[in-house]
Write a protein that binds this ligand. Structure first.
Ligand code: NAD
Length: 260
């Protein structure tokens, strides 16, 4: 059980992060919900987490492109929930474009949200973890932390950066009962992918179904989307009683994507 532990999941108002925060609350952790979205939906999500799992819930819409907001986010979580034991650096954005026309502002935003925010939350959270004598840092990587696909230069650079950062932090904290790992999913059918689906279907003039089967899942050997719940289960394992030797790892949950 994670009762008495506090977990922050960035980008948990949607997709993979939402599944992670549900699982952590389900295991008894007090949780910090974070990300953008419709106010009424987020309010009912908070109520649902509280009433279903009897845990404390904090919410923040801190913009991860702003380092000062990230520091304030982590300190507020510690202040309101009594510590920071688990941080899932999960928020991410995507933009698909050839490198020669890749917009500078998209490059900057992707590096900021996918990579730099992981540094800023970790930097702010580690002092709390050291004080607790226990910590778990779990970064959402991607198959694109390990291999590349064309037209995703910013995303692939950021995610490869996350892999390097993960290993470094793991080494620094190896004697401190704090682990740092990356979970590297293949394609998961979340909003992030639904948006690409629409754009790709339009760009190629083919139905979305065909984009799923012939473009997206063509390189995912299982030909199935990874389920957000499968990634959430990996988070629980990395926080569980048999996790202390797993550190500095990039754990692929990608339907075999990186096996070839
Ligand atoms: P999603 O779009 O459903 O969720 C993204 C979350 O990040 C949302 O909560 C959003 O509000 C938040 N966010 C985005 N920009 C933000 C900002 N500037 N400040 C604060 N919050 C911000 O996407 P998802 O598919 O659940 O992605 C989660 C993570 O998984 C990302 O890191 C993504 O790169 C990674 N990933 C996704 C897939 C996939 O196929 N969906 C595959 C591999 C890796």
């Amino acid at each position: 059980s994670l009762a008495g532990k506090v977990a922050l999941v960035t980008g948990s108002t949607s997709g993979i992060g939402l599944a992670m925060i549900r699982a952590l609350a389900g295991a008894g952790a007090d949780v910090a919900l974070h990300g953008f979205g419709d106010h009424a939906t987020i309010a009912s999500l908070q109520d649902q987490l509280r009433s279903e799992h009897q845990v404390n819930v904090f919410y923040s819409d801190a913009d991860l492109r702003q380092p000062s907001q990230i520091k304030r986010l982590v300190d507020s979580v510690a202040d309101k929930l009594g510590g920071v034991h688990i941080v899932c650096n999960n928020a991410g954005i995507q933009h698909v474009s050839p490198v020669e026309s890749f917009p500078e502002d998209k490059w900057d935003d992707i590096i900021a949200v996918c990579l730099s925010s992981t540094f800023h939350t970790t930097k702010a959270a580690v002092p709390y973890m050291l004080k607790h004598g226990w910590g778990r840092i779990i970064n959402t990587g991607s198959m694109h932390a390990l291999v590349a696909s064309p037209y995703k230069s910013a995303y692939n650079a950021a995610k490869h950066g996350v892999a390097g950062f993960t290993k470094t932090v793991a080494l620094e904290l190896a004697r401190k009962n704090i682990t740092c790992n990356a979970i590297c999913p293949g394609y998961v059918l979340t909003d992030l992918v639904r948006n690409q689906l629409k754009d790709t279907a339009m760009a190629r003039g083919i139905p979305e179904e065909q984009v799923i089967n012939e473009v997206m899942l063509a390189d995912q050997p299982t030909r199935q989307f990874v389920k957000p719940e499968d990634l959430a289960a990996m988070v629980l394992h990395l926080c569980g009683p048999h996790s202390s030797s797993i550190t500095g790892a990039c754990i692929s949950v990608d339907g075999g994507w990186t096996a070839r």
